[in-house]
Write a protein that binds this ligand. Structure first.
Ligand SMILES: Cc1ncc(C[n+]2csc(CCOP(=O)(O)OP(=O)(O)O)c2C)c(N)n1
Length: 774
């Protein structure tokens, strides 16, 4: 018997050796393969059977070269078999409890090896799905590397033991670190493709620079590169898939999508996810796309479809999407047992389409390999997998030292706390007092002038998308609902400042993909209240990317967000706070200035540093009289983690930030006037990192502490600071630490209610007075 044919279907609870693939299955006979050209679709025609393209048959009608040599065909089979054998070895290792998770590529090998063969490792860019073992092996990832990830070894190149197996990542090959969240990768792939195009148009921007994040972000790009992204059919239900189609289509981006349709999303069949049961039909009207639907178990058809898709995208005509109908011969993962939700008959039917057995039989039938050659090839692969497994079993495991665990949470190269960001304001000719909004706008302009890698996008941030009237000087332009980005598009062009679709995940997901490539997106979320669609990208992607890839990948960027209430009528959806949700997220820096000068200095540091920064701008402070400042020049920067003592005092400490700063100051001044109590007021300015030394020094002096903020009291930012003061400064305290914050509810519309809900000067005054009595 030929060795490969013995590979029977397995399920999660134990390879039960169901019937091997039906020997009547054939390849390249047309099957389900059809390349759908949008133009031909509209003409009512579907080009069928664009499948057979090999050394033995060359009836392919396409213009691109889709023929494969004998060597390529043999290599194709070897890669498919290598992928399957690696899965099988992992399954054994999981059962032996030597690895801790397993999810396979079984049944998807033909489609993915084809994708790998049609694309260029280290030239094109890859955002693969967890099923993409065969793709990664084809690109040059080794079995040993894959098994090192499975054991969680220190030398695991993908993550150093931080990510589950099948979370492919390899810098050299341009395989970008993924999360486990399905569909987020689609938007990142869009950003990646946009960055490639941007650098092609602005090659100067790619040059190395010292003194900021660019020192650590080398840029490579090719004018004809493409970005690959793959996804399961179930996950196409996620909005981020659709948001990505919007931008790929609108921008005619060189993205090659692969939808791996095995008809199941764990136990949920395709018809429950996709209306009509076929994703190709739903997406067929997106303009500028090349679509292909193919039998994903037919290697030759897959290769032809992938070569055509890649050629289309590479030519700059637009994105391509290959929808491959594959099978899932093993359960979803080893944690799943498909016998609970699939009938024996259904499973048997699918067995006949196992791509590995089909390919093997086809090679035999076509005389490309004989039995002995197949046996030799498979034996060599088996030995390779065995050797890799042996080495992986001996691998050194990661250090459990605290510093090692925390390494790469943030940039190890350039910290925003660095002294280089500590500069004095420049005395300029114009000393007039400017608002926070003005100085932020100046800072954006200065930085964009200095650094061509900065791009600004978000909802309504451009001056005018339809720009002819703008360029003709007939209209002034919008520049953001708060006008913070006014004039950027006009000054720096449409490539550097543009309006995004109204989709927050689209903004952040794309920005991540761009930042991976070395651009510096400074994006805007229009209101903090609407940041939530982007939360998935922010927490699971933006914040985690550097840590999860063990420092191999990073996405330093800035997300500017107008935040907060005190607006008189802002109500629930224009007054939210929620900074502690993000300070509770490792990997992202959180900044919240209270005045114009700090805002300018901190935004500059945010832009020049090497970490992702959430830059929270209090709407109420944008144009306030309080805290205006003179333009501090184009180099003024403030390091993160350095609080400002707004008012020195000796009797009690108030720690606060944002819009509570002016309110606390007012309360403190009133208190001193009326009672002589002398309050020390600390403005944290950056919330993560925060200046513990400043807090501790002050509390040691005053022995009393109030933490005040606008966000809700319970589970808020103050809880952490108060707890730490209690833990570390207990002996210094003369009174329990107190918090002043908003009520534990939303902000209401009616101004009387708004006033009652948010902390006011009187609340702060009362708390200070009571605290002073201890
Ligand atoms: C956003 C998100 N929701 C849920 C999950 C849990 N989950 C992991 S895989 C999966 C099914 C995916 O199905 P499909 O996209 O069809 O791919 P397949 O596994 O069948 O290849 C689910 C629900 C997840 N990883 N991410």
């Amino acid at each position: 018997m030929i060795r490969g044919v013995s590979m029977a279907r397995r399920n999660g609870s134990g390879g039960d050796g169901k019937r091997p693939a039906d020997e009547t299955a054939v390849l390249g006979a047309g099957g389900a393969a059809a390349v759908v050209d949008p133009a031909m679709e509209t003409a009512g025609k579907t080009r069928g059977a664009a499948v057979v393209a090999s050394a033995v048959s060359s009836a392919h009608p396409a213009t691109v070269e889709t023929a494969m040599t004998r060597e390529q065909l043999v290599e194709f089979y070897r890669l498919m078999y290598l992928s399957r054998r690696t899965d099988d070895r992992e399954i054994v290792l999981k059962r032996q409890q030597k690895i801790f998770f397993q999810i396979s590529c079984a049944g998807h090998e033909a489609l993915l090896a084809a994708a790998g063969m049609a694309l260029r490792a280290g030239y094109d860019w890859f955002f693969p799905y967890y099923r993409d073992r065969a793709l990664c092996l084809t690109l040059g990832n080794t079995v040993e590397e894959q098994l090192l990830q499975a054991v969680g070894a220190a030398e695991d190149v993908a993550s150093g033991g931080r990510q589950m197996p099948s979370h492919w990542s390899n810098r050299k090959l341009h395989i970008v670190t993924p999360s486990s969240a399905v569909a987020t990768q689609c938007l990142q792939a869009i950003g990646c493709a946009e960055a490639g195009r941007y650098f092609t148009r602005h090659p100067e921007a790619a040059k190395k620079h010292t003194g900021d994040y660019r020192e650590f972000k080398d840029v490579t790009f090719h004018g004809d590169e493409v970005t690959y992204v793959s996804i399961g059919e179930g996950s196409t239900s996620q909005g981020e898939f659709w948001e990505s189609l919007n931008t790929a289509s609108n921008g005619r981006l060189p993205v090659v999508y692969v939808v791996e349709d095995n008809e199941y999303a764990i136990s949920t069949p395709v018809e429950a996810n996709t209306p009509g049961g076929n994703i190709s039909r739903l997406i067929a009207n997106f303009p500028n796309f090349h679509f292909a639907e193919v039998d994903g178990t037919d290697p030759i058809a897959c290769y032809a479809a992938m070569v055509e898709a890649a050629a289309y995208a590479r030519s700059g005509r637009g994105p391509a999407l290959v929808h491959g109908h594959v099978v899932r011969p093993y359960s979803h993962s080893l944690s799943d047992d498909e016998r609970q939700y699939r009938s024996e008959e259904e499973v048997q039917e699918e067995n006949a389409r196992d791509p590995l057995a089909k390919m093997q039989l086809w090679l035999l039938r076509e005389g490309i390999l004989d039995e002995a050659e197949i046996n030799r090839l498979e034996q060599k692969v088996d030995e390779e997998v065995q050797r890799a497994a042996d080495r992986a079993m001996q691998a050194v495991l990661p250090s459990t030292a605290r510093e090692a665990i925390l390494r790469h949470q943030y940039s190890e190269d350039l910290k925003p706390t660095d002294a280089r960001f500590d500069t004095e304001p420049e005395a300029t000719a114009d000393a007039s007092e400017r608002t926070m909004a003005e100085l932020l706008n100046h800072c954006l302009k200065d930085e964009m002038r200095r650094d061509e890698r900065i791009v600004v996008f978000g909802e309504d941030v451009a001056d005018a998308t339809r720009d002819s009237a703008l360029r003709a000087g007939k209209i002034k332009g919008k520049g953001g609902v708060f006008k913070l980005t006014a004039g950027l598009q006009k000054k720096f062009g449409n490539d550097r400042c543009w309006n995004s679709p109204l989709a927050e995940a689209n903004i952040v997901g794309r920005a991540i993909g761009m930042a991976v490539r070395g651009l510096k997106p400074v994006v805007e979320i229009q209101f903090f209240d609407y940041i939530w669609p982007a939360m998935h990208q922010m927490r699971n992607e933006l914040a985690a990317m550097r840590w999860r890839s063990n420092g191999e990948w990073s996405c330093p960027l800035v997300i500017r967000v107008p935040i907060g209430g005190y607006l008189t009528g802002g109500s629930i959806y224009h007054s939210q706070s929620g900074e502690s949700i993000f300070t509770h997220t490792p990997g992202v820096r959180v900044v919240m200035p209270s005045n114009a000068l700090d805002a300018a200095g901190l935004l500059r540091t945010a832009i020049r540093c090497d970490d992702p920064v959430l830059f929270l701008e209090h709407k109420r402070l944008y144009r306030e009289t309080f805290g205006r400042g003179a333009y501090p020049g184009p180099e003024y920067a403030i390091p993160f983690g350095k609080a400002k003592v707004v008012r020195e005092g000796k009797d009690l400490t108030v720690v606060t930030y944002g819009a509570v700063v002016p309110r606390a100051l007012q309360a403190a001044e009133k208190l001193e006037r009326e009672t002589g109590v002398d309050v020390e007021l600390i403005d944290l300015r950056t919330l993560s990192p925060y200046d513990w030394d400043a807090i501790a020094t002050s509390v040691r002096k005053t022995s009393k502490a109030i933490v005040a903020h606008e966000d809700m009291l319970s589970w808020g930012y103050g809880a952490e600071i108060a707890a730490r003061i209690g833990e570390e400064l207990f002996d210094e305290l003369d009174a329990p630490v107190r918090r002043v914050a908003s009520m534990d509810t939303f902000v209401a519309y009616q101004p009387l209610l708004e006033d009652a809900i948010l902390p006011q000067v009187e609340d702060l005054y009362r708390a200070m007075l009571e605290m002073a009595k201890y």
